[in-house]
Design a protein around this ligand. Structure first.
Ligand code: PMP
Length: 472
């Protein structure tokens, strides 16, 4: 970064976050927002849907607000603010690389989201790649390979849900050993499940992949906000995550890792920014030289604010200290699990069992309750925002619920009538900004709803369960 831009940026951005007190949540936006209860009165909103989108860290918001007046076009602008923004944009790459523990020659590509990142990698696979993916993946890491397979000679093998971390490694070993011992292969695995919160044995899966000449991409959408990710130490080839789950909801994501497949591939999008030189050919067509850097896959004007926000979140979490964050979150996880275990009607969904390491994502069903009805009552009567549905991981949730294929409804919005048998689940998820009170309120609410029932009437409207009085 040039000296004059360094000075301006230093002045523009906020002071480093105070070290995290393990007993306290990190300040997030919306922490004081009140919502009405259908039964009367108001209560502070308990955002317990972090796995879908986490609230912005106050620190991220402050950094973005401090930078916003200095915002300018990046890469091609000659003006001071353009240069400053370009420096910030490129520095953000370095900050993200550091956060992820990338190798020196890894590329950090800014995308829109995890979904976008994995579609980018799917598009960049060498011809003939064999992809191995567990059926338990989120659709973002399950479907891009299938799509590429339909359009080329890439093939996808779906692996059955393992019931222990060791079985995951065994299943992968067996599948890889059975493939032809030549040609490119890729394993795609989630770091932490968006349904069960269970942490997968990433390092062991990476070792198994590499032992069989395959590469591995880590879907860290749910891992990165809760746990340090170390690309080099865990020896994964690529990692993908989303800003909006990492307390930086400004529309950016990341794909980071090995550059060779990315540089050998056609640009993800064709356009300005990705192209170094474009000229008319003698035959009347157009010849293009593409960039040999991250820019190759970042065509179009980049989302500078979104990228800066991700880097701010990475720095804020690092400065707060993952040890303290993990310790506090694990305390909250234990509290939720102990609270739910005291309600016999509640069944927590799990692949790997009680002892599996997990992040603050817990899904469950309640006997005699439709999950949509239960989630609606948590919101309307307690001001608690959770999620009900299949969480865009249909095969996994079906396996966990033991449901038949044709029994299960659409992603996130099955037809729900109060009192019907549940064909979907409820997910509570939390993280660095969650106060203990939200967890205590949730546990109390579950117990009260199960023992005393809902205080209000609900009905299904537009695929959602809603309180009757509000919708009538
Ligand atoms: N992978 C996992 C494990 C997820 O939980 C999600 C989001 N729920 C995604 C991928 C997709 O993330 P995004 O919607 O930000 O692309």
């Amino acid at each position: 970064m040039s000296a004059y831009a360094t000075a301006t940026v230093a002045a523009a951005t906020s002071a480093p976050a105070a070290p995290c007190d393990a007993a306290q949540p990190l300040p997030v936006l919306g922490r004081d927002v009140s919502v009405p209860l259908v039964t009367g009165g108001e209560v502070t909103y308990a955002a317990l849907d972090y796995a879908a989108s986490a609230p912005a860290l106050q620190r991220v918001w402050d950094d973005v607000a401090a930078y916003a007046p200095y915002y300018g076009s990046v890469h091609r602008g000659a003006g001071y603010l353009s240069q400053l923004s370009t420096d910030l944009f490129e520095n953000s790459r370095a900050d993200v690389a550091e956060f992820l523990g990338c190798r020196a020659d890894d590329h950090v590509i800014f995308t829109r989201s995890t979904t976008d990142s994995l579609n980018l990698l799917a598009a960049a696979l060498p011809r003939g790649t064999r992809v191995f993916v567990f059926e338990t993946e989120h659709h973002a890491s399950l479907l891009p390979w299938e799509r590429r397979a339909a359009a080329s000679d890439v093939t996808v093998s779906y692996l059955d849900a393992p019931r222990t971390p060791a079985q995951a490694v065994e299943t992968l070993e067996k599948a890889l050993a059975g493939r032809e011992p030549y040609g490119p292969a890729l394993v795609c695995v989630t770091g932490a499940s968006n349904v069960t919160g269970e942490v997968w044995p990433v390092r062991e899966l990476a070792a198994a992949a590499h032992a069989h000449g395959a590469r591995i991409v880590l879907d860290a959408a749910q891992l990165a906000p809760h746990h340090p990710v170390d690309v080099a130490a865990s020896d994964v080839d690529w990692v993908a995550f989303s800003g909006h789950k990492l307390y930086a909801p400004f529309g950016s994501g990341v794909l980071a890792g090995r550059r060779d497949w990315l540089l050998a591939a056609e640009p993800y999008l064709a356009g300005g920014g990705a192209s170094r030189k474009v000229e008319r050919r003698a035959d009347g067509g157009v010849a293009v030289e593409w960039h040999e850097s991250e820019a190759r896959h970042e065509a179009g004007s980049p989302n500078v604010i979104g990228v800066y926000a991700i880097a701010a979140a990475c720095k804020a979490l690092t400065e707060a200290g993952f040890d303290a964050l993990v310790e506090r979150e694990q305390r909250l996880v234990a509290r939720v699990r102990e609270g739910l275990a005291e309600v016999p009607e509640v069944k927590v969904l799990s692949l790997f069992g009680d002892d599996a390491p997990r992040v603050g994502v817990i899904s469950f069903v309640v006997a005699g309750w439709n999950s949509s009805h239960f989630a609606a009552a948590l919101s309307a009567e307690y001001g608690i925002g959770v999620r009900d549905g299949l969480f865009c991981a249909h095969p996994l949730v079906r396996t966990l619920l033991g449901a038949e294929d044709d029994e299960v409804g659409e992603c996130g919005a099955p037809e729900a009538a109060p009192g019907e048998r549940s064909l979907n689940a409820i997910r509570v998820s939390f993280g660095a900004g969650t106060p203990d009170e939200h967890i205590d309120r949730f546990v109390t609410a579950v117990r009260e709803l199960v023992t005393s029932g809902a205080k209000w009437d609900y009905r299904t409207e537009g695929g959602r369960c809603v309180p009757v009085s509000v919708s009538a």
